[in-house]
Structures are given as structure tokens and as C-alpha cells.
Design a protein around this ligand. Structure first.
Ligand code: XBP
Ligand code: MG
Length: 259
């Protein structure tokens, strides 16, 4: 593996956007529309199995509510989704969502080391741009050579389509990249595109099966605030001294891969 680029998932990986971000914004959008839908923390965890906010609402209608009562779903769902995204952007502007531990440090380090950066997400572009600007800095979207979202690639994870789009746009082979994900659907998507993956888990995704991942850790870690090593094919080669995700650690994983 000749490491050239890092491809990042957004929701759950760069920031804990789901429980206190998207979920809350969905509920506000439902209430504003006069609907009695309410996605509590537990239900949202189940609904997260379905990638994509519009797809998630459709599944909720079909599985949890009686879909026949919502014959106007085809117009209602896009309208609710747009309202949710506006409310989510507002929450970001109010500083209600921050990056996960080690994310800023690692992005800056990777950029400084000349690694090419990209994003592969199933969320909408407007959400990604707002998150990057708000949590990093206003020009942060330009740090990423490609930002592939649901706007460009409607096929949601676990489809590999969004990763394949990034590889094509960057003219890279899958073996020249590493992906960072937080969920089973994300791992499947990256793997199906042939990209080795590091998983950082969160409360919603901690119990997934990531045994095929290269490495599974609690988060990116910080100096003095080390990650917890949880699983992964290279886990046995990583020591507590490694402590946090760095470009050096990725190079070490690269050497292990080549052996
Ligand atoms: C995670 C998702 C998204 C978000 C909501 O995407 O499944 O659907 O929950 O985003 P990823 P939208 O982890 O790939 O970034 O409502 O804009 O779909
Ligand atoms: Mg994710």
C-alpha cells in the first residue's frame, strides 16, 4: 500500500452529529410540521441502520407507522428533510456540535504531511460544508480535494458508490487510500470499494462487527488522552504507546500490511 490519501466519513466519525444533531433537528422539523412523530435516542439508534435521512423517514413510516396514512410521503419527506437540514445548520451555527477528540489535530497533521484528503458521506453537501466551516475554520472545505455526498451519489452506504466516486475523482487506486468510518454500513461501503478502514466507534456504533477493519479504536485520541484499542486486523501490532492516530501510525500499519 502506497499511502496517498485519507477518506473520511462525516457523521459519527468527524463529529457526534447523530444523537444530539440530526436526531434533534428531525424532531424539531416533525413538530414544526404538526406531526406527532418523535425519535427518541433508542429508536433513532435502530433507525440509523438505514443510511440517509430521507430513506430513514421512509423506513420509519413503513416499519413504525402505518404508511398508508401518509399517502403524500413523496412530497412530505423531501420537505421535512429540507427543514431538518435548515434546523441542523442552525444548531451548528450555535456551536452545539463539536469535533470528536483528535480530529482537528489529525487533519492538520495529515495535511501538513502532504496526504491528500477527501470526504465520503451519505449526508447532504450543505450539512458537510456547514460542519467543516463551523468546527474547523471557514476555508476548511477546501482542505478536502473531493467532498462526495448524497448530492453527487444518491446510492447510500453500504453501497460502495460514494467511495468509488472519490477514487475516480482523485484518480487513485483503492490500495493508495485509507478510510475512516464509525459504522458497519460505512465499513461495508469502504471495503466493497477495496479500501482498508480504520473505525472510530461512538455510543451508537460501539457494538458493531468490525473484525474485518484494519483497526478499531474508541476515537482518534490526543497526546495525553489516548485512544482505546478495541479490535481490527492490525490491533495486535499497536501498543498503548501509540496512543493516538498519527501519520506515523498509519505508516506503521502500512508496513504491517505489506509484510
Ligand atoms: C450518516 C447518515 C446520514 C445522517 C443524516 O452519514 O446516515 O443519513 O444521519 O444525513 P455518514 P441526511 O455517516 O455517511 O456521513 O439527513 O442529510 O441524509
Ligand atoms: Mg458515519
Amino acid at each position: 500500500m502506497d499511502l496517498k490519501a485519507l477518506i473520511f466519513d462525516v457523521d459519527g466519525t468527524l463529529a457526534d452529529t447523530e444523537r444530539d444533531g440530526h436526531r434533534v433537528a428531525f424532531n424539531l422539523a416533525f413538530a414544526d410540521a404538526g406531526l406527532d412523530w418523535n425519535w427518541d435516542v433508542g429508536l433513532y439508534g435502530e433507525l440509523l441502520q438505514t443510511s440517509g435521512g430521507k430513506e430513514r423517514m421512509r423506513r420509519y413510516l413503513e416499519d413504525v407507522r402505518q404508511a398508508h396514512k401518509y399517502k403524500d410521503a413523496d412530497t412530505l419527506i423531501p420537505a421535512l428533510h429540507a427543514a431538518k437540514n435548515r434546523l441542523y445548520s442552525e444548531m451548528l451555527k450555535q456551536g452545539k456540535i463539536s469535533l470528536r477528540p483528535g480530529v482537528r489535530r489529525f487533519l492538520l497533521e495529515a495535511r501538513g504531511a502532504g496526504l491528500r484528503l477527501a470526504i465520503a458521506t451519505t449526508t447532504s453537501r450543505v450539512n458537510v460544508v456547514a460542519l467543516l466551516k463551523q468546527t474547523l475554520q471557514t476555508d476548511a472545505p477546501s482542505w478536502f480535494e473531493v467532498i462526495a455526498t448524497a448530492d453527487e451519489v444518491p446510492d447510500k452506504k453500504p453501497s460502495p458508490a460514494v467511495y468509488e466516486y472519490v477514487l475516480k475523482a482523485m484518480q487513485l487506486d483503492s490500495t493508495q487510500c485509507l478510510a475512516f468510518e464509525d459504522s458497519e454500513n460505512g465499513l461495508l461501503a469502504a471495503q466493497r470499494a477495496g479500501i482498508k478502514t480504520i473505525i472510530t466507534v461512538n455510543d451508537y456504533t460501539r457494538n458493531g462487527d468490525y473484525s474485518d477493519a484494519l483497526l478499531v479504536v474508541s476515537d482518534f485520541g490526543e497526546p495525553g488522552q489516548p485512544f482505546e484499542i478495541l479490535d481490527g486486523q492490525a490491533a495486535k501490532f499497536i501498543t498503548a504507546q501509540d496512543g493516538h492516530v498519527t501519520v506515523d501510525l498509519l505508516r506503521k500499519l502500512q508496513r504491517i500490511e505489506q509484510q
